[in-house]
Ligand binder design. Structure first.
Ligand SMILES: *Cc1c(COP(=O)(O)O)cnc(C)c1O
Length: 360
């Protein structure tokens, strides 16, 4: 018996290459794109292990939990790491990055997360990219939580390594990811004797055996279901239009923020310009208990208490992918109102008004 998830003909190199081209279009990039066959931590770790080595120095901008992970990988590779930590309820500024780079010509790598789904903040990558370019360091951006939710222009912003995953605002599968790689980054990988080769973490393997070979022979059987799901997700974004998808996320964030304010909840990220469209974080006392009560009221509501120490003080409302919609935002606000024992009406009214007022 055939099964809808089984019995496909093998994914051809041609089809694989066409999906790769479409990811490059989504990112408006002219750089090489490698579609990595695993969740986005795979290319993130692959990029860091390809660049970093003893004797290299990295500036690691930490605006949430992923920055801490990057710092650990960088140190593990023997690099000297300068951590620029900013409070998780704000964004890093270009001025802070420029100041951290000043007087440290040995810094040859900068890692930054664009938007943080875990903490709900987003960083001004265009401006930070200018500071990084002026210094000359290689620039890696984790755009997993921003792609599809807000404008992302790696080439215009001077990003050498732009990592994306499909599982957030793109509404796609979690099991594949991608990275755009500049010529400068390829050159750096190639001259690094410690860069992974003949390894699942190796981006150079894809360069040498797939890209330089004219994209005719895949390195191994690709994750076929995920590749097909990625293609379907690119189709769906193309049908709606990327700017419309991004505007839907902005509207969901505005509606959530307005609804929360109407029930007396302050945003975790105070400044609107620093709040990520992918998820809205809110200051809530006893957040774990409130989230549990909200989920008891509506098990489908897309919310959770913050991770780690934030579990005491923050609730996160996820509104990405198909959940970037007014009904889903309303369900999250309704569940929060039930948990807090307040009337949902004013919050829902404020959310409706903000959604309507948001350009789409
Ligand atoms: C979601 C996300 C990832 C991917 O991590 P998961 O644990 O698979 O969700 C990576 N980076 C950022 C900034 C993210 O928000």
């Amino acid at each position: 018996m055939t099964h809808p998830l089984l019995d496909f003909p093998p994914l051809t190199a041609e089809r694989f290459a066409s999906i790769e081209r479409r990811v490059a279009e989504l990112l408006s990039t002219r750089q090489d794109v490698v579609i990595t066959q695993g969740e986005a931590l795979l290319p993130l770790e692959g990029c860091i292990r390809s660049c970093a080595r003893p004797g290299s120095t990295a500036l690691n901008v930490v605006t949430g939990p992923y920055g801490t992970t990057f710092g650990n990988w960088l140190r593990d590779c023997g690099a000297t790491v300068v951590d620029l930590e900013v409070p998780f309820d704000t964004a890093a500024t270009a001025g802070q990055v420029a100041a951290a780079l000043a007087g440290r010509p040995e810094i040859d790598f900068v890692s930054l997360v664009h938007a943080e789904a875990a903490t709900g903040n987003t960083n001004p990558v265009a401006e930070i990219g200018e500071a990084v370019r002026a210094h000359g360091a290689l620039f890696m951006l984790d755009a997993v939580a921003s792609v599809g939710a807000e404008p992302l222009l790696p080439d215009a912003w001077g990003v050498d390594l732009c990592v994306i995953g499909a599982q957030k605002a793109m509404g796609g599968p979690a099991g594949v990811s991608a990275v755009s790689v500049s010529d400068r980054a390829w050159a750096r990988f190639a001259e690094n004797p410690a860069a992974p080769r003949r390894s699942y973490l190796s981006l150079l393997d894809w360069k040498e055996r797939w890209i330089d070979g004219g994209r005719t022979a895949l390195l191994h059987a690709p994750a076929q279901l995920e590749m097909l799901a990625l293609e379907a997700c690119l189709d769906r974004i193309a049908a709606e239009g990327l700017p419309v998808v991004e505007a839907r996320h902005a509207a969901a964030a505005a509606a959530t923020r307005a609804g929360a304010a109407a029930m007396g909840l302050a945003p975790y990220v105070g400044r609107v310009a620093e709040a990520a469209p992918v998820a809205t974080t809110l200051r809530v006392a006893d957040a774990s208990l409130v989230a549990a009560k909200a989920l008891a009221a509506d098990p489908a509501a897309p919310l959770a208490a913050g991770g780690g120490a934030l579990a005491k003080e923050m609730v996160r409302v996820n509104h990405y992918g198909r959940a970037a919609s007014l009904p889903v935002v309303r369900s999250a606000l309704g569940a929060l109102a039930a948990a807090l024992g307040v009337e949902a009406g004013p919050a829902l009214g404020a959310a409706d008004a903000a959604w309507e007022a948001s350009p789409r």
